[in-house]
Design a protein. Structure first.
Length: 522
């Protein structure tokens, strides 16, 4: 099942085959929000495989392409005009504005104040509008040079212009951060302009007065000189009519082939761009699925840890993970049993199978458990029917810490205070229930116990020993609403609590024992 789900993620992503948008609107909005956003973590290791490296590399390559295009224009057309300088300045400024934030982004400086502007400016539509302008800069450079140099050079609409135009089409394969349709529109516009220029003016001449126009075979007096010396016509001047029949014949055989090459280049570049777009969206979708799976795994792990910590104390879990077992003998452990002695009278199996009565019992025990965070030394052991069992002093680390602070018996006092709050809790609960008062009896004892975990699958944490048995007898022979303790407990805690002697009580396995009731704190 998991393998089938993974194959759907990789081979059947939720991407429209025409628009290349995600069919899930929420996923599409997340993808469009990708840009120069501040990082969630201040430190982030950047490698060549990092997604944010790609736009930076594309910008570097694009900058080099723009400079090469400009140099090629200057070298081919043998002219440096004001319009060329202005176009070059605009190109370099826009490229720099794109390169600076990407460079800072790679350096991990995305939290810089002015980059917040870029974070908003690089949203989906502004980013692609800016991308359309930037992607068209090399073509603009070539066309601007072409238009101005056409007054001086016979090389207009020749092989140099064709090669430069092809080069500018290749540039549209850069910048995967821009949408496929943006690059398709701009590359198509570039090819369309190039084809129109080729069809409208496949040759040129320079006549008297420096006026240039379509080719005319009126005179070819300068043809031999130009072909022999390859001297630019700009050096010959435009005071005579100049024609190149041999060039026109060559061009007539070449322009159709060049148009086909332009169209094929357009198809190739946009096929590459389409594959880039699909691969980036597929990668983004996989990242989102992986993120969702990680969140689900973390949630399941937290739930598993929560369940485990509620079954077994957290200070024992480490020993279980390493040794797969746990048992320990503990001294001076306080143990209590708190039972609802008249719950059997409340329970009625004829009413909804007893489910409502169990719900009430669960509410009572939940109220008891809500007191535990207040008493860090007290640990719930288990519930047995209507009986709630707890103990204190089972955490060796906490007991050692208390001993160093001079509070070696603090866990015993905490357990007795917990018992007093149990009585108050059941009193408050009885005020909220109609026609029934629960009676709580509590037995308390101190002594040696053995704590351990039983089982290998359905684990059970429990304590055993004579101390536990005597504590159980203290509640079973006790009185409702009172806390009954042994004589040793009364002597041990007598400096903080006040007890009253009850008398001798027969305890199974022990005979007659002197027992006491807690009166309260001194």
């Amino acid at each position: 099942m998991r393998a089938e789900k993974q194959s759907k993620v990789f081979y059947f992503p939720p991407i429209s085959p025409f628009s290349l948008n995600f069919s899930n609107e929420i996923l599409e909005r997340k993808y469009r929000r990708l840009g120069l956003h501040p990082p969630k973590r201040a430190t982030q290791i950047v490698t060549m495989a990092s997604p944010r490296i790609t736009p930076f590399i594309d910008t570097i390559v694009f900058t080099i392409a723009v400079l090469l295009t400009t140099v090629a224009c200057f070298a081919s057309f043998r002219a440096v005009l004001t319009i060329q300088i202005l176009v070059l300045i605009v190109v370099l400024v826009l490229t720099l504005l794109l390169l600076v934030p990407l460079a800072l982004d790679v350096r991990g400086l995305r939290s810089v104040g002015f980059l917040k502007f870029y974070a908003n400016f690089f949203s989906w539509y502004p980013r692609n509008m800016l991308g359309a302008i930037i992607l068209g800069l090399p073509t603009l450079t070539v066309l601007a040079t072409l238009m101005m140099c056409s007054l001086r050079a016979q090389i207009v609409y020749t092989f140099g212009f064709c090669l430069l135009l092809l080069f500018t089409v290749i540039v549209y394969a850069l910048f995967t951060m821009y949408n496929f349709w943006t690059k398709l529109a701009m590359s198509f516009l570039t090819v369309l302009i190039g084809v129109l220029l080729i069809l409208l003016a496949p040759g040129a001449y320079c006549g008297e007065g420096g006026v240039c126009g379509p080719y005319s075979a009126a005179n070819d007096s300068a043809s031999a000189l130009l072909l022999a010396t390859r001297t630019p016509i700009s050096e010959l001047g435009c005071n005579v009519t100049t024609t190149l029949p041999m060039f026109r014949e060559t061009w007539d055989n070449f322009w159709i082939e060049f148009v086909i090459e332009l169209v094929l280049m357009l198809a190739l570049v946009n096929f590459i761009n389409r594959e880039f777009e699909i691969s980036y969206r597929l990668s983004f979708n996989c990242d989102q699925v992986a993120l969702h799976e990680r969140v689900a795994i973390k949630k399941a792990k937290r739930q598993a840890e929560w369940l485990l910590e509620n079954i077994i104390p957290d200070y024992i879990i480490h020993d279980l993970k390493t040794a797969h077992k746990y048992s320990e003998n503990m001294k001076d452990v306080g143990v209590i049993f708190a039972t609802l002695s008249n719950f059997s009278q409340f329970y009625d199996e004829q009413f909804e199978g007893g489910r409502e009565m169990l719900r009430v019992l669960n509410e009572i025990f939940a109220d008891f458990e809500h007191l535990l965070p207040k008493y860090q030394d007290v640990e719930k052991i288990k519930t047995i029917g209507a009986c709630f069992m707890a103990a204190s002093g089972l955490n060796s680390a906490k007991r050692e810490k208390n001993r160093q602070l001079g509070k070696a018996d603090s866990h015993l006092y905490a357990l007795m205070d917990f018992c007093l709050e149990l009585l108050e809790t059941i009193t408050e609960f009885n005020k909220q229930i109609f026609n029934f008062d629960f009676e709580l009896k509590i037995g308390y004892n101190i002594g040696d116990v053995t704590a351990g975990v039983i089982g290998s699958t359905k684990l059970l944490y429990d304590i055993w020993g004579d101390t536990v048995n005597v504590s159980s007898r203290m509640y079973s022979t006790g009185v409702k609403g009172r806390i009954q303790v042994t004589e040793s407990v009364a002597q041990r805690l007598g400096d903080v609590y006040e007890f009253e002697y009850r008398g001798e009580v027969f305890v199974k396995g022990k005979g007659d024992m002197r027992c006491y009731f807690l009166v309260g704190k001194k």
